[in-house]
Structure formats: structure tokens, C-alpha cells
Design a protein around this ligand. Structure first.
Ligand code: NAG
Ligand code: NAG
Ligand code: NAG
Length: 545
């Protein structure tokens, strides 16, 4: 009798249902109130949104390493709805706030020990968020048996100002991710998650982040598997110790003096975040190029905890990283959309015609690489872009492939080849063409499988697609993708012969000899040497082994 009572009490300490729809979880920091929501197929789950994991990074904390949140006892943290997003100019939102270091936890069974998936969002380090109402709805993955965490991190200048001085050493946005992962390590048990089985799931900028966490001394031991979708840290451009040129540009745009570094930081530290957003368009060299404008840096030592202490590509090459099982891949058509809009743009087309050698390295991310001028012409030939561009007339497909390969495809290819020597990698190409897409062309039909399209079958992205029902044609791809990814999160291997949706699949890991990849289309099929001709051209032109 006493024993029974004890069990009941201990369960009650973990989770008490406050009302029919509210739920409360206790942590060492304090209690957190959430709500019950329904998954895509109608299963109930607990949602805790907008949980603050770090102090509001304002005042002296701007541009600095994040500080973990302090206990809010005895009040109850209200996590019943989405929190703010980090300040950004994309996709108009009134919910920008610097107090954005928040995470969201979704869990069906609070009294369990389920594998945890932590989603690191896309957005080029200047946009998007982990929020459920705009970018990362949990309803699809909540039909599977995992705990899902989605996180925000600082963006743009607020997240990545890197002057190479103690006041703004750089990488603040990555350190936010680390603090969120430490929160997961310390508290996820209270939500039914297993802190010893954490899978990072990253898209684009979030995927590049995973590669960096693999080499970062700060992230050691905080995760155990990785799913890196359409993004890679294996850039052709050398990592630098600062982005002083970008800091100066920002200071000028904010009407701050650019004479010395301390003045720059002091002045822009006092500028309201809204002013940064007003200058967003002008922070790029032209158009929105280079896409990777705010970058990771190798930090100088000012006594701060450093996210990157060495060149990440060299570390990957030397096998000097966390050797975790990985899923890595890309979509078939990645950034065809951006090629389409750029070739239609009179100004950019003119630049491409007249100054290709100057602007290709900026657009395609190999600025300041040896022979970048000569290489620009070799690339242009390799992708058969020999004719003058006539806006609105010249087919955008060749540039679509070149741009996609420069920004996403080739760095992903390099990443797979670097880490594939040391650790098991399941490599994929996502080619499923659905009804919903981030690029409709021609008319209202999806062009193919572009950047973000595969994400629509893992997370609910209200901006791009509805919540698919059981009778929608997308049901099958949702089932397959969520099952592959969660099977991997559980075991480190996406194959599962016991699963009705996966039983015919034999996804062999990537090897340097065979270069296997899985084509994820209407059906599954194995291939070898993804986009061999295109990626071989890059290897030859840039004289990589
Ligand atoms: C919670 O888990 C423990 C250990 O597995 C079990 O004994 C207990 O009955 C569970 N409580 C509830 C409320 O499910
Ligand atoms: C900087 O000064 C210019 C010229 O006075 C003004 O137009 C602009 O709005 C100012 N920018 C900011 C961010 O205050
Ligand atoms: C490229 O090199 C030039 C000249 O050395 C330098 O001024 C510029 O800051 C560099 N740009 C980048 C992005 O490294």
C-alpha cells in the first residue's frame, strides 16, 4: 500500500494534469506549463513552447556568449504558446524580440525515456525560427515515438557579429545552440526524453551547424547522431577569424563611426534591433548575395568559451571530430528558384554578363579562393552557360544547377566524402515532386524537389503547405520520411525490415569506393556517384583530391 502510494506520488511529481488541456512539468529550474495538442493523425501529445533556455541577450550580453537561464521558482513558466522569434526581416512577423533564446518540447509520454530529436532550423543564419506556428510544426513527427525539441538562435548581426575582439568574438548564434543542447542534456528527462540519445536534425544553415558541432569543443558529448539536410560546413572559402568588413558595413549603415573596433561595437550595441532590420537588404554585396553572409569564425582566445578553435574543414579532413552516425543529403533541384529570379532580374543579369569573374565567386561561395577568376570561367563552361544572358529568355536551368551546386550540392558532396572515411553515413538525394513546394514553376505546379521541399514531410510549415491528412497523396512520403528519420534516431540505422513502409528498403551506407546514395522519390532506389559529372567538374577546377 505504501509502495503504491509512493509510485503514484513520484509520477505526480513528474507530470500533473492541471486541467483537461493544461499540463505541468517540474524541472530543477522551476515548473513549466504546457498544453495538449493533436498530431497529424490525431494522437494527443504535450507541447511546451517558448521555454527560455538562456538569459535575454541584451545590453552587455549582446554579441557575447549566451548565459544559461536562471531558476524562475516559484512562478510557473507559461509555455502554452509559441514564444518570440529572433529579430529578422524575412516573412513579416510582429513577433520579433531579442528575448528569443527559446526552445519547444513535444512529447507524447512524459514518463518515458524516448530518443530525442533536436531540430536546428534553416534560414541562412539570418531568418526563420523553431516555432510551431510559422516554421517547424511538430504534428508530423509526433506520430512517431520520439521526443522533439526545436530551438531558436540569434540571427544576422545580432547572432554573428565577429570583430575579432573580446566584445564580439563571433559565433554567438552557434553558442546559443550549444546552450540549448545543454538544456536538453539537463532537463529532457523530465519530459520523457533520453539525454543519452540525442539526434541533431538540421536543415540548410541548421545542417551546416551540425557539421560545426561535430568539431566544436563546446558541443562534445551533447549529441549522438546527426541528420544533415541540404547544408554543409565544407566550404571552399577558408574560415577566417573575424568578419570585420561586415561589421564595418553594418556600423556605417547604422550611422556609427567605423574608425576603431571598440567604437563600432559600442555604438551598434546601443542601437535598437529594429534599426538592424532596416539595414538588412544593404548588408549583402548585391541582391541577397552571398547567401552565406554571416559566417562562422575561428575564434581568438579572450578567455571566453570558444565554439571554433581550429579550421573545421581541416578537422574533418583529419578525422578530428565526433564520429557519430549520420544521414546526409540534398534535394534534386535545391536552389533552382533563386537562379530563376536572378536571371529574370535585369541588373543581376547585366552583372553576370559583364562581370562574371567578379560576381560568380560571391554568388557561388568561393570568394578569395586561388584562381577564382579563372575558375569562374571554367565553371561557366562546365555548366554550358556560354551564351549571353537575356533576362526572361535564357533558360535558367543550367544556372539553377550551378548555383545549387555552389551553395549546397558540392559542399554537401565534400562533407560526405570527408566524414564518410571515418564514420557511417547514409547518403540521399530527395527527388519526390509533390503538390506543394518552395518553387512553383511553371504556373502553380511544383518545379521539382527544391530546397525546403523535403522538410514539408517532416515538419508542418504553414507558409508552404497544409497539414496533410491520411487521404492526401503526400501521406506515403510523410510516413516514409518520418519513419526513416526516427528509426535512425533510435538505432543509428534508418533501415527497418519490420516496418510496413520500409520493409522493401535496403539503404546501404556510403563508402568511398561505391559512393552509394538513396534516391527518395515516388519510390526508393539506390544509386551510385550522385551528380558525378557536375561534382567531378568542381573537384577538377578547384584541384581537390
Ligand atoms: C512511470 O514509469 C515507472 C517506471 O517505468 C512506472 O513504474 C510507473 O507506473 C509509470 N507511471 C505512470 C503514471 O505511467
Ligand atoms: C542614417 O542616416 C541617414 C542619413 O541621415 C538616414 O537616412 C538613415 O535613416 C539613418 N539610418 C539609421 C539606421 O538610423
Ligand atoms: C577577400 O580579399 C580581399 C583582399 O585581400 C579582402 O579585402 C576581403 O575582405 C576578402 N573577403 C573575404 C570575404 O574574405
Amino acid at each position: 500500500m505504501i509502495r503504491l502510494l509512493f509510485l503514484t506520488l513520484s509520477a505526480a511529481a513528474i507530470a500533473t494534469i492541471a486541467s483537461s488541456s493544461n499540463i505541468e512539468v517540474s524541472t530543477t529550474l522551476g515548473n513549466i506549463r504546457g498544453v495538449k495538442l493533436k498530431s497529424r493523425l490525431g494522437e494527443e501529445f504535450n507541447a511546451f513552447r517558448g521555454i527560455r533556455y538562456a538569459k535575454n541577450p541584451i545590453g552587455e550580453l549582446r554579441f557575447k556568449n549566451p548565459q544559461p537561464v536562471e531558476s524562475w521558482k516559484p512562478t510557473i513558466f507559461d509555455a502554452t504558446k509559441d514564444g518570440p522569434r529572433c529579430p529578422q526581416d524575412q516573412f513579416d512577423s510582429p513577433d520579433n524580440s531579442e528575448d528569443c533564446l527559446r526552445l519547444n518540447v513535444y512529447s507524447k509520454d512524459l514518463n518515458a525515456s524516448k530518443p530525442v530529436i533536436v531540430f536546428i532550423h534553416a534560414g541562412g543564419f539570418y531568418g526563420s525560427s523553431g516555432r510551431s506556428n510559422t516554421d517547424a510544426g511538430p504534428q508530423l513527427l509526433m506520430d512517431r515515438d520520439i521526443v522533439l525539441v526545436t530551438i531558436n538562435y540569434r540571427l544576422g548581426t545580432l547572432g554573428y557579429l565577429a570583430t575579432g575582439t573580446a566584445e564580439a568574438p563571433g559565433n554567438a548564434g552557434f553558442k546559443d545552440q550549444v546552450i540549448a543542447l545543454r538544456w536538453v542534456r539537463d532537463h529532457i528527462r523530465n519530459f520523457g526524453g533520453d539525454p543519452n540519445s540525442v539526434t541533431l536534425l538540421g536543415y540548410s544553415a541548421g545542417s551546416m551547424s551540425i557539421g560545426l558541432h561535430m568539431v566544436s569543443p563546446m558541443s562534445k558529448g551533447l549529441f549522438h547522431k546527426g541528420i544533415a539536410m541540404s547544408g554543409s560546413p565544407a566550404l571552399l572559402e577558408k574560415y577566417k577569424e573575424d568578419q570585420l568588413d561586415l561589421a564595418q558595413r553594418q556600423a556605417k549603415l547604422l550611422n556609427c563611426s567605423v574608425d576603431n573596433i571598440d567604437e563600432i561595437v559600442k555604438c551598434i550595441k546601443e542601437t535598437p534591433f529594429e534599426d538592424f532590420l532596416k539595414t538588412f537588404d544593404k548588408m549583402f554585396d548585391f541582391g541577397y548575395h552571398p547567401m552565406l553572409n554571416w559566417r562562422p569564425v575561428i575564434e581568438k582566445d579572450f578567455g571566453q568559451e570558444r565554439f571554433l578553435t581550429d579550421d573545421p574543414v581541416a578537422a574533418l579532413e583529419q578525422g578530428n571530430f565526433q564520429k557519430i552516425p549520420l544521414i546526409v543529403g540534398m534535394t534534386k533541384d535545391e536552389f533552382a528558384r533563386i537562379a530563376y529570379y536572378n536571371l529574370k532580374d535585369e541588373k543581376i543579369a547585366k552583372k553576370m554578363n559583364e562581370n562574371w569573374e567578379e560576381i560568380a565567386p560571391i554568388m557561388l561561395h568561393y570568394r578569395n579562393v586561388t584562381n577564382s577568376k579563372e575558375n569562374s570561367n571554367l565553371l561557366r563552361d562546365a555548366y554550358h552557360m556560354d551564351k549571353e544572358i537575356i533576362p526572361g529568355t535564357t533558360p535558367f536551368e543550367p544556372f539553377g544547377k550551378l548555383y545549387s551546386d555552389g551553395v549546397i550540392g558540392f559542399p554537401v558532396h565534400r562533407f560526405v566524402h570527408l566524414v564518410g572515411k571515418y564514420t557511417p553515413v547514409h547518403y540521399y538525394c530527395f527527388s519526390y515532386k509533390g503538390r506543394f513546394s518552395d518553387f512553383k514553376y511553371p504556373g502553380d505546379t511544383a518545379y521539382g524537389a527544391v530546397h525546403h521541399d523535403d522538410l514539408l514531410y517532416l515538419l508542418h510549415v504553414p507558409r508552404l503547405a497544409p497539414l496533410f491528412s491520411k487521404t492526401d497523396p503526400e501521406d506515403k512520403i510523410v510516413e516514409r520520411l518520418t519513419r526513416l528519420w526516427t528509426q535512425f534516431a533510435k538505432t543509428g540505422n534508418p533501415n527497418n525490415k519490420m516496418d510496413e513502409y520500409l520493409k522493401n528498403l535496403e539503404w546501404n551506407p556510403f563508402t568511398i569506393e561505391d559512393e552509394n546514395y538513396l534516391n527518395i522519390g515516388d519510390e526508393f532506389s539506390m544509386g551510385k556517384k550522385l551528380f558525378d559529372e557536375r561534382f567531378s567538374a568542381w573537384e577538377k577546377i578547384f584541384k581537390l583530391k
